[in-house]
Design a binder for this molecule. Structure first.
Ligand code: PNS
Length: 161
């Protein structure tokens, strides 16, 4: 059976940590979809369309755009969307135990309500300190974010000025 996984998140913006999780997930799943989800508890900096554009370009930069699709979800439950598109697994990356504390209840509720499992991939140690929120802070205060994000994100920040 073909294994299709959805990798959901805010991706505001995508980082090299996210891209590492996507690349590694391709060794486990036949198809992966990056799903940009509107998270009402977070104040977004980039629009959903801007986030999708940065991700598509970043996948192209790494030549994995053929194996990975990109979509968005602005309302409704993640599990309902996943069932609708035929995904059997959710992917989540975690950097430290703090991420696990936040993710574990969601993984349990998602499985409880739908049977859809969440696979957790540990971040590469080189990426443990990278977060979208720190990237936004550094970029918006004029700092260099090139270590942390793909070229498409650097260009998107320039376009916002
Ligand atoms: O990158 P984030 O903001 O930490 O991602 C959290 C996200 C968007 C994956 C989570 O909030 C989510 O799944 N939202 C969709 C709505 C939903 O299904 N909520 C119930 C979760 S148990």
């Amino acid at each position: 059976m073909s294994k299709f996984a959805v990798y959901p998140g805010s991706f505001d913006p995508i980082t090299k940590g996210h891209l590492d999780i996507i690349e590694r997930s391709l060794a486990i799943f036949d198809r992966v979809q990056v799903l940009v989800v509107h998270n009402p508890s977070k104040q977004a900096f980039f629009t959903i369309d801007e986030r999708i554009e940065m991700i598509v370009k970043a996948l192209g930069e790494r030549s994995i755009d053929g194996q990975v699709s990109v979509a968005s979800l602005s309302e409704g439950l993640l599990i309902d969307y996943s069932k609708k598109v035929g995904a059997d697994t959710l992917i989540k990356g975690f950097r430290t135990g703090v991420d696990i504390e936040y993710e574990l209840p969601m993984a349990r509720v998602n499985r409880d309500l739908s049977g859809i499992e969440t696979v957790f991939l540990p971040s590469d140690p080189a990426n443990t300190h990278i977060s979208s929120s720190l990237v936004k802070q550094v970029a918006n205060l004029g700092g260099d974010i090139s270590k942390y994000v793909p070229q498409s994100v650097i260009e998107a920040f320039r376009g916002k000025k």
